[in-house]
Structures are given as structure tokens and as C-alpha cells.
Ligand binder design. Sequence first.
Ligand SMILES: Cc1ncc(COP(=O)(O)O)c(C=O)c1O
Length: 458
Amino acid sequence: MNSLDTTRIRSYFDFPAAGRVVTNNAASTQPPRELIGLLQRCAPWYENVHRGQSTASRRTTAMYEASFDTIAAWLNAPGRGCIATYRNTTEAINAVMYSLLTDFRDGDNVVTTMLEHNSNYVPWHALCREILPRLGRRVELRLARFDATGRLDLDHLASLVDKRTKLVCCTGASNFFGTKPDLSKIRAIADAGGYPQPTGERRALLLVDAAQLAPTSALDVQALDVDYLAFSFHKMLAPFGVGVLYAKRHLLDHALPFLYGGDMIADGGVTTETVAWNDLPWKYTAGTPNILGVIASAQALRLLLDMVMPTAFFGGSGPLPRVAIEEVMARVGRHTANLTARCMAGLSEIKNLRVYGPEHRTPLVSFTIDGISPFAIAEALDRRGIEARAGCHCATLAHRALGLDPPATCRLSFALYNTPDDVDLATDAVRETVAGRRRAGRPRPGRAQVSTAAGRPT
Ligand SMILES: Cc1ncc(COP(=O)(O)O)c(C=O)c1O
């Protein structure tokens, strides 16, 4: 059963009129017309926030601040004081790394996984191998492996966590395999470590990279009991430029900010001797923020509800009922899971094609075809009007662990506006690409094949 009215949903977007088959959504999704129009609608009242007494400034400030309430409600966070906005997931994770930097003690360790996007690996590599050594502190970086189907090896993860594990960093969903590690089990593993945090807690902190989880699931940060969670709005229909960091309030209270400057200071709280931080969440918004981006991002969440259900949340700032968020995201999850299953079935008919990851997954399918470079496949798909992505998708560790040479796969990924037709067009295009290659590879009549010394045709 189709759980979404895709005809209605697609009417919100401009890309279908351009004839595009948008199947690279794990990289970025398309923005609905209303969100682009929203920037225009803000133009008459365009002003900075927290920096003026004009009606325009107060109006923009109210919209900007209300955006934090919308984002908090979306995540079921206790309030806006737990939300900081950055440019993207990557910057949000870096913010955690820099905020925690001074808390690490000699002999501590950080545990992350081989599944991670470089955004949740490289900052921890830099911390442990580049930054802290220069400060004379040794902190080890440990990496949990995955199994043959791309599932995180939880036993291995548990074996790496000990009483010196300050932080466990894990993806909520792999952007390569589509696997979703069991976050409640990872929470229990992090707890079992028993690290004595400066806040008095005795357990490892847990950071979840939700960049690939947030677009198709309702996230409840309190139920997950995560300490930090990051995601990017450009994968959730909003224009580029805004990422979210959720953190437990006491951690944001305790931590040093990542960026220093204006507006993160309590009003008048600067002397030549001391600086007093602003209240949360503004302690984490140094400098003029991406005001319109944050407003559009919060409204993207409200519009998502309206696109899927007959509701009218877009344009407002009132509370978002949990039940609506859960119902809408369950429908988005079912719809995109159906598309993914259809894609897997279509690809399974193609000889010499290998799909990475298990049957049940987030809506992305990474694959290789014997004898054809993933880049050549993606380019051939583009010539047939299908948008795909070839590369390591920044999941470089996992591609290398599989011995892929080059470390690359071709990936198709789906969003709520994709249809079964999109999937069929994409899988047909893969099939035609393979068939075209085989035809091109067949010897032409009357033309002798040149063989190399090893006997392989050149
Ligand atoms: C799992 C995962 N983490 C992090 C990121 C980085 O997101 P951004 O480029 O918005 O910082 C991505 C982007 O593809 C991702 O898929």
C-alpha cells in the first residue's frame, strides 16, 4: 500500500517540471517552493536578531527564536535550551569536539565505528592524533568494526568501551550500507563503561550522527537518552546552510562554547577580567547567525507535516503534536522503505551487480558492477536522466575495509517525493548501462581482438 500521496507531495516542488529523476537524496533533498518563497516573504521585515529595537528586528527575532522551539519539539527535546544551530552536521560534531577538548584526561579514549561518515571520524582522529598530542595528552581512538552485511559489531564495540571511555560516537544510520545500529544497545554499552564525567555522571557520553536517520524517522532524544545528536536540514527539504546540534542541557551549561564573540555574551557581561556567557541556547550562537536559514529550516519541518497530512503547521510557530510527527515520519519511513525494496529487487536481476548492506535499510542502495567503474555507471545514468552518486560517500573507512579499489560505489537514494516509477527508471537505466557496456565490449565482426601477454583482451 502506498502510504504517501506522491502526486500531492510532488506538486510542492519545481524539480519534476524540469524532468529530473532525483535519486541522490542521501546527499541533499530538494526544497519545496514554499520554503524558497518564505525567504522572499521575510524580505519586507529583513533585520538582524537580538540587535535592534525596531519592530522589524523584534519580529525577526521572534520568528528566529520560535524556530528553536519547533526544532526542539521535533526532537522531543525538553526545550530550546538544548538546541544549537551550526552550518551542518559536520560543524555540529566539530562543536562537540572543541567543547569537550579541555575535558579529556591523559589515558582517556574515544570509541567510534568503521561505519562512520568522515564527519564523525575525522574530528575524533584530529582530536586524538593531532590536537591533544600537541597539548601533551594521550587519548586513544578506538574503532568498532562491522560484519559482512554492514551491521555494527556490537560485541566488538562493547569490548572497546572501558572505564576510560569518555565518549562513544556512532552513526544513527550508515550512509553507505543503510544499516541502523541499535542505539539503545549502544547507550547501554556506553553506560557500562562507567567513566566519571566532570558533571558527576558515571558513564561514557553518547554522540549520534543522525544525518541519515533524521530524514526518515521520528527522533525522540529523551527516549534515546543520547547526550548529543546532530543532523543537517539540507537532507530534510530545507535550503542549504543549517545543521542542528541537540545536547543535554547540563552539558551545554557545563561546556565551553565552540565559537566566541558577539551575542553569546550575557548583556553587558564583558570586563577586562571576565566574560559571562549568555543564556542557552544563545551561548552557542556567536556572531550573526544564519537567521533566514534557521527560520526556513524549522518551517521545513512544519511543511513536511502539511505535505503528508492535511494539517496547517507551515508559517506558524505553535506547538507540534508528537503524534503528528510520529505518524508522518512513520509514513515517510514506510514509503521510502517500499521504494528501497523495489530498487533492491530490480537491481538483483542484473548480473554481476553487488549490493552492499542488508535487506532492511534506510532508503539508499550502494552497489558495484564487475568490470565497470562506479563513476562510469553514475555518468551513464546521468546520460539516461537518472541522478546517482559515485564515490566513497565520505564513508572512506568502510569502503577501504571492504577492499574496494577504487574505494567507491554507486548509490541511489530516495526521499518522500520519489515514486515507484522513479525507481523503475533508475533500475532500467542501470540494466541498459550494463547491456550497453556488454554490447560495446563484444568483438566487432571482421576486427581481430588484440590480446595482452596475460591473454586478456585490451
Ligand atoms: C551519515 C552522515 N553524517 C554526516 C554527514 C555530513 O553532513 P554535512 O555535509 O551536512 O555536514 C553526512 C552527509 O552526507 C552523512 O550522510
